[in-house]
Design a protein around this ligand. Structure first.
Ligand code: ADQ
Length: 456
């Protein structure tokens, strides 16, 4: 690739050596090719800096923009997280609609498009991340930008039957068609996007290529991965978590790790665990469910409700089953450092990843990477996680079916070692083949390897 790489994402890391899988992957890609990363500084202020401020110039440029309180509310809290997020997670019932936030969403996209356009050189390749910036390419095309522009959506693509709930649905197809490559997590998402685009008059050409008016663009699935070796190392180096947790070796540990979000199916999980306890059989070892779920987006109403629901549910299960020396559900409402997390993954006999909708779910992959291959734990995975398309050696469940999930917990905790090893081997192979380095390389090859769509 001749030109520089330009990445746009909502948040931009401010440390010299950023951490976290995706951030590190983008950091590495930028380091290798040179380029520019643009994102929100994290500052919400009545007197935002004019234009882009410099965070770093080495080994590539990092530039950030501030948001005013009105922009933060309209663009980020309301339109991105209270309109698009619920719609794209098949929860149109939780959407808030407000013409003012829709206008501000577009305005922020236009502002960022203008700032980025002013920095572009003719050979640069632009890679836009996630639902905060769906209209960015169209706004850049309005500035006369002819460069290749790719988009990657980290969350699921909405169903065609839900999209009419979005007042801006008539723009969605042209927002997408302004890109050269629209990357989605799964084949299921690609099928949903094709369905939506066709209903808006787009025509399907060969191999994921589509045409809308005079725009030719490509759709593809690029399942995101993790830095496997990094997680293996962290898990091997972690001190044994059993002692910290005061859970004896003969007792079972079931783990849940999520950002607190209604899409993650945590209430269903608590109910399924309650059902597992209620149907307990004599002689079964004691099992504790440890749920780590730091609150997120607490300024959004639906997120305050889920928090209360979980407190009620865990209180009920614990009230029914707790003993003097045992609390069945331990619910920790804060995030944990990666090395502590890696130690918990390794100790857990089973991991419950039971979202009702999820773009991919990296926790599922991190859990597999953290296992001791000689005596691995069991991944229980919802059909509705994007990861389910790849990780079919997990114990698959329908998270709405609490009886089935309770049965899967029982099956996981009594699974013979040879079966656990065979399943783990299959999972770890897949996770290694499609790790985070594979994801960036495959996406960027697809973005740069084809004729410029503007000329097509
Ligand atoms: P998220 O919804 O944030 O991401 P996920 O992929 O599961 O979901 O997690 C991202 C990272 O956050 C993981 O590295 C995980 O370790 C960390 N994390 C999650 N919960 C944590 C906790 N309780 N404590 C500490 N760390 C925690 C969005 C989409 C996903 C998609 C990713 C990447 O919603 O579907 O997989 O982007 O594309």
């Amino acid at each position: 690739m001749a030109g520089r790489l330009i990445v746009i994402s909502n948040r931009i890391p401010t440390d010299a050596a950023p951490s976290g899988g995706l951030v590190v992957a983008l950091h590495d890609a930028l380091k290798a090719r040179g380029g520019l990363w643009v994102g929100h500084s994290g500052k919400v202020t009545d007197s935002p800096a004019e234009g882009l401020t410099t965070i770093a110039d080495e080994p590539y440029q990092r530039r950030a923009f501030d948001l005013t309180p009105a922009e933060h509310k309209g663009f980020y809290l309301d339109y991105a997280n209270a309109t698009l997020w619920p719609l794209f997670h098949h929860r149109a019932d939780l959407m808030t609609l407000d013409p003012e936030s829709s206008r501000i969403y577009w305005e922020v996209n236009r502002k960022v498009a203008q700032l980025v356009a002013a920095e572009l050189q003719p050979d640069d390749v632009v890679w836009v991340q996630d639902y905060h910036f769906i209209p960015l390419a169209q706004a850049m095309r309005m500035e006369g930008v002819k460069n290749r522009i790719g988009f990657f959506l980290h969350i699921p693509f909405p169903n065609a039957s839900d999209v009419p709930a979005l007042p801006e649905q008539r723009y969605l197809a042209s927002w997408l068609a302004a890109y050269d490559l629209v990357g989605l997590q799964t084949r299921r998402d690609v099928a949903a996007a094709i369905d939506v685009l066709r209903r808006s008059g787009a025509e399907m050409l060969l191999r994921g290529q589509m045409r809308l008016g005079d725009r030719h663009f490509t759709l593809g699935s690029f399942p995101i991965g993790i830095d496997v070796d990094d997680f293996v190392r962290a898990a091997e180096a972690a001190p044994p978590a059993g002692a910290t947790l005061r859970i004896p070796d003969e007792e079972k540990l079931i783990l849940g790790v999520d950002r607190l979000d209604y899409s993650k199916g945590i209430p269903n999980r608590f109910s399924a665990f309650g059902e597992f306890l209620a149907t307990g059989e004599d002689g079964e070892p004691r099992a504790t469910l440890l749920q780590i779920a730091p609150p997120s987006r607490e300024d959004v109403e639906a997120y305050r409700e889920i928090r209360e629901e979980l407190e009620t549910l865990s209180g009920r299960v614990n009230g029914n089953h707790a003993e003097l020396d045992w609390t069945p559900i331990r619910y920790i409402r804060r995030g944990l450092p990666r090395d502590v997390l890696a130690g918990l993954y390794r100790r857990a006999d089973a991991m419950l990843v039971t979202p009702l909708a999820d773009g991919m779910n990296l926790v599922a992959k991190e859990y597999v990477a953290a296992q001791d291959g000689a005596d691995p734990g069991v991944l229980i995975l919802s059909h509705f996680a994007g990861a389910a398309e790849q990780l079919d050696a997990a114990l698959m469940v329908n998270p709405y079916d609490t009886a089935e999930t309770a049965k899967a917990i029982r099956q996981a905790l009594s699974m013979p070692e040879h079966e656990r090893r065979a399943r783990h081997l299959s999972l770890i192979r897949t996770i290694r083949e499609t790790d985070i380095a594979w994801w960036t390389a495959t996406y960027l090859d697809a973005l740069t390897g084809r004729a410029a769509s503007a000329a097509a």
